[in-house]
Structures are given as C-alpha cells and as structure tokens.
Design a protein around this ligand. Structure first.
Ligand code: SF4
Length: 118
C-alpha cells in the first residue's frame, strides 16, 4: 500500500489530500473539503496536468510568450516543448491566436499571450 500526499490547488484553501493506492489502483481519498479535491487528487496521481507557459520563436528573430489554453499531460511536456521550439511564427500575431493547434492530440492548443507586430 502506498500513500501520496497532494495539495489541492483547485482553490485558495489548499487542502492537504491523502491518496491511498495499491498496485496503481486508488483505494481511498481523504482530506479534501469538497468533491473537486477528490477529482483533483485522482487526476494528479494518475495523469497530472499543467498549463505550459513558455516562448515561441518568431521569423523576425524575436520571441513571443505563449501558453497552452488548457492543462496538458505533465508527463508529455518535454515532447510539447520540442514541438514549440521547432516552430517559427510569422508576425503579426494577436493575443489569443492559436499558433500550434491540437499540440497533444486532445484538442489543446498553444496560444499567444502577447501581440507581435509585423
Ligand atoms: S478540496 Fe475543495 S476546498 Fe479544498 S482546496 Fe480543493 S477545491 Fe478547495
């Protein structure tokens, strides 16, 4: 039996949640104040997810801040970073423009978080 301690980041309460597992199977979740913490902890121990924030190259040699529009699989972030760093985007770019659609095959996109003028 294995126990994982997780801090729920879904809201500012930051509840300490304990997940009990055996052979990769979740047996129990304790310490969450609400059901969102249960869902967060189960996701965190099976397929943790994070929003990517980084920069992407522009064809004029500058870089532009970007992020994923949703949390993506944390375990695959190195793969996504490689994809992002092999792209050069031609300005102009507007905040919110999708620069790499469906980076993970799950419909999550890399979007601009700043404007870039031509
Ligand atoms: S368990 Fe519920 S109350 Fe606690 S941090 Fe998570 S979302 Fe907030």
């Amino acid at each position: 039996m294995e126990q994982r301690e997780i801090i729920c980041t879904t809201c500012p309460m930051g509840c300490h949640v304990t997940v009990t597992m055996e052979d990769g199977k979740i047996l129990d979740v304790k310490g969450n104040t609400c059901p969102r913490g249960d869902a967060y902890a189960r996701q965190e121990v099976t397929d943790p997810r994070r929003v990517i924030t980084t920069t992407i190259g522009l064809t004029d040699g500058n870089v532009l801040p970007v992020k994923s529009d949703n949390a993506v699989s944390k375990n695959r972030i190195p793969e996504f970073m490689q994809k992002i760093h092999h792209v050069a985007v031609k300005p102009p770019v507007q905040i919110g423009d999708v620069l790499i659609p469906d980076i993970d095959g799950e419909g999550n996109n890399i979007v601009a978080t700043q404007n870039a003028t031509a």
